[in-house]
Ligand binder design. Structure first.
Ligand code: MD3
Ligand code: FE
Length: 209
């Protein structure tokens, strides 16, 4: 529960979510995974298919923009971003930075990793806002790679993210490269409601209306 500043603006709070909160988030994500836009493997413009499975709320992300409707899935409008999730985002900023500021996230990307899923090094720059990104991890642990803002290679810091961990990326870290090179199957606690795999929820401010 002690915040660790990994780089300026990048704060890791291990074990931030208690078991009840993790269970509630798993249940909410399970509902969103059913629809109105079902969870799926995102297809990239050059034909690649992401190994992670994703569902969005508030705004739909498709590479490389946000829309209200999921033109690359089933054309439906995504579920509304719930008020309780904005409250959770402000509590997260308070835990990481000591104050919530005026943080008003309007979208969440929910990524599900099976034991073989990975995410390559990338920057999140489709948002027209430099407000922080809040990341919550549930289920299996993973290796998380936090890089620099210039290149997708070294220097980077490798760390392990466990179930219940919070990470906030703001300020100079907001546009850093990052990725998930490995998931550690079987490390999660079934009490979360996830019997296998890893769930990552990221809240963002799109800057769109
Ligand atoms: C650093 N997700 O959804 S969360 C993503 O675990 C994404 O699913 C990973 O990268 C996951 O885009 C990593 C940690 C994270 C998320 C957003 C960031 C780190 C970030 C934005 C800027 C800098
Ligand atoms: Fe990212």
């Amino acid at each position: 529960m002690t915040p660790l500043e990994i780089a300026p603006g990048a704060v890791h709070v291990p074990g931030w979510l208690d078991m009840a909160e993790q269970r509630e988030l798993v249940a909410a994500c399970r509902e969103w995974a059913r629809g109105p836009v079902p969870i799926r493997h995102t297809v990239l413009p050059r034909g690649g298919v992401m190994s992670v499975q994703t569902v969005c709320v508030g705004w739909h992300w498709q590479p490389y923009r946000y829309t209200r409707t999921a033109g690359d899935v089933n054309g439906e409008r995504v579920a509304d971003f719930p008020g309780w999730m904005g409250d959770l985002g402000r509590r997260a900023l308070t835990a990481a930075y000591g104050e919530p500021g005026d943080y008003t996230p309007d979208t969440a990307l929910i990524n599900f990793y099976d034991g073989d899923a990975r995410m390559g090094m990338h920057q999140d720059k489709d948002e027209k806002s430099d407000a922080p990104v809040v990341s919550l991890s549930i289920g299996d642990s993973c290796l998380f790679r936090f890089g620099n803002t210039e290149t997708r290679s070294r220097p980077y810091t490798d760390l392990r993210l466990d179930s219940g961990d919070l990470f906030v990326f703001g300020g100079p870290s907001r546009f850093a490269f990052h990725g998930v090179p490995k998931v550690y199957p079987g490390t999660g606690n079934p009490e979360t409601g996830l019997s296998s795999g890893r769930l990552n929820i990221t809240m963002r401010v799109t800057g769109l209306t």
